[in-house]
Design a protein around this ligand. Structure first.
Ligand SMILES: [Zn+2]
Length: 241
């Protein structure tokens, strides 16, 4: 279990929270205000000013799928030890090491956020039951937790003991990739999605994603999110030993 997620678990246990986790209620318990504003450079940030604890949230994401994860992320900066000091540092230090540290802070916070809104104790048994090829089941589960399909699939990658990664394509160009670094030892390249129907690629046909020294089989599931002009590809790697 990730150490940052433990802080979220502690909150869930203490307040007996159940999904969908109501973050607005949670903020009330801790006297944290949510102020919606037109922010220029961020979706949100957390500040303590004159004793007031405030999450400033961009109007542009209010009511969207991004809202919930973003609030959970900002709560991470509050609940994880010493985090608020660290984010204030951000404005004075710009060296390379600092950027690296900052990246670590943000991924720590994301681990907290994912556990808070998709608690493993509730979502694990449900993820075990569903079939990835059953789009309707996945959508229903995302709705139940009030998260996007993308967040749900990232969570699937987090909690799965298999070696997996999620790739996001927009207009057939890879936009980002999500993987758990300790588990996924290979770099993933820019390659194109080869075939919507194929479920299994061996080394010969999949050199476009993984290094040619890769020894194994790659399985894929493609989620075509036409609404966003976006495709998510979940790949699972089985190594030959
Ligand atoms: Zn942050």
């Amino acid at each position: 279990m990730d150490v940052n997620a433990l802080y979220a678990i502690e909150l869930i246990e203490k307040l007996e929270l159940k999904p969908p986790i109501d973050l607005y209620e949670l903020c009330k318990v801790f006297n944290i205000e949510i102020v919606k504003e037109n922010l220029k450079n961020a979706y949100a940030y957390f500040r303590i000013r004159n004793g007031r604890k405030v999450i400033f949230l961009s109007n542009s994401i209010v009511g969207t799928e991004k809202e919930k994860f973003t609030i959970a992320h900002e709560l991470g900066h509050y609940f994880l030890p010493n985090h608020l000091e660290k984010i204030d540092d951000m404005y004075t230090k710009t060296d390379y090491m600092y950027k690296n540290k900052r990246k670590k802070i943000e991924t720590d916070v994301d681990k907290f956020a994912a556990e808070l809104i998709m608690p493993s104790k509730f979502i694990n048994p449900e993820l075990e039951k569903i079939s990835l090829r059953n789009f309707k089941q996945l959508e229903e589960l995302a709705q139940k937790y009030q998260v996007s399909l993308t967040s749900l699939l990232c969570r699937y990658v987090d909690l799965n003991s298999e070696t997996m990664a999620l790739l996001c394509y927009e207009n057939d160009k890879q936009k980002w990739q999500y993987k758990v670094f300790d588990d996924f030892r290979f770099d993933i390249y820019e390659g194109k999605i080869l075939d919507d129907e194929a479920e299994k690629y061996t080394k010969d046909t999949l050199n476009n994603w993984l290094d040619e020294n890769f020894q194994g089989t790659v399985y894929q599931v493609i989620f075509d999110l036409k609404k966003y002009n976006m495709k998510l590809v979940l790949i699972q790697v089985k190594y030959y030993y």
